[in-house]
Design a protein around this ligand. Structure first.
Ligand SMILES: Nc1nc2c(c(=O)[nH]1)N(C=O)[C@@H](CNc1ccc(C(=O)N[C@@H](CCC(=O)O)C(=O)O)cc1)CN2
Ligand SMILES: Nc1ncnc2c1ncn2[C@@H]1O[C@H](COP(=O)(O)OP(=O)(O)OP(=O)(O)O)[C@@H](O)[C@H]1O
Length: 203
């Protein structure tokens, strides 16, 4: 073990990414269906507008069953890496052309004029590497979501930020970091944790 918090974070990230990749295909399908049910049942699930998912990679739990259940008036989008270090979101449906980004993750191959800004989204589902029961999250470490949604600090409401993960990605305690963008909820295959201030249980 090391005393360096960043090194601890890296070790935890490696361990959880490995655990995520080791989930069997049958459990993976089951989890994706359960996750779709949890996401669909969110109290603040939008009935219309742009919603952001992700293209599952590196063992991430799939959002395809959720995408299939979205109301027709919602526009499903995937993240696109902007040159300015901020995410953009591009509509994705069956048949949308894709091209891999610098991490090998497919992005919609659409003109910039079709891209939406973080603030345009009604709901964003973030791929988690780890989470704790207080709503702290561990991501891939690039800071993409933290930078892109920094405007959500102290500003409740849309775009709602919801982390998605397998149950096995829960960890006892993650240290809060000043730049971590607050999660409104975490959904897994079996639970929803609601972190909105009005829904927190009293101390
Ligand atoms: N499916 C999915 N899409 C996503 C993310 C994600 O976590 N999952 N992102 C979430 O932020 C953004 C992309 N950020 C990422 C940051 C790091 C790595 C990654 O694989 N890093 C490798 C090193 C790769 C390299 O240096 O070339 C690694 O750490 O092993 C991937 C995506 C936007 N899209
Ligand atoms: N608003 C911001 N402006 C500039 N840099 C930021 C901002 N938010 C985060 N960062 C940087 O991004 C990096 C995020 O690292 P961290 O380990 O917290 O990532 P993470 O929790 O895995 O989240 P993510 O999924 O967003 O990558 C840090 O180096 C941090 O300094």
């Amino acid at each position: 073990m090391t005393d360096d918090p960043m090194a601890q974070r890296r070790q935890l990230r490696d361990r959880l990414r490995q655990a995520r990749r080791a989930v069997t295909p049958a459990s993976r399908n089951h989890a994706a269906d359960g996750l779709a049910r949890q996401l669909t049942s969110l109290a603040f699930a939008p009935s219309s507008g742009p919603v952001a998912g992700y293209w599952a990679s590196d063992g991430e739990v799939s959002l395809e069953p959720w995408r299939a259940r979205l109301p027709g008036s919602c526009t499903y989008c995937l993240p696109v890496l902007g040159d300015d270090g901020q995410l953009r979101f591009a509509p994705y449906g069956d048949g949308t052309p894709l091209r891999p980004n610098r991490f090998g993750i497919p992005e919609p191959d659409l003109p910039v004029s079709r891209w939406l800004r973080p603030i345009d989204m009604a709901l964003v589902v973030l791929p988690l590497v780890g989470f704790d029961l207080e709503g702290e999250r561990l991501g891939m470490g690039g800071g993409w979501y933290d930078r892109s949604f920094a405007f959500r600090h102290g500003r409740p409401g849309s775009p709602w930020m919801v982390g998605a993960a397998f149950d096995l990605q829960a960890v006892p305690r993650l240290p809060a970091q000043a730049w971590d963008v607050p999660l409104d909820a975490v959904c897994t295959e079996s639970i929803t944790l609601d972190f909105r201030p009005s829904h927190r249980s009293p101390e």
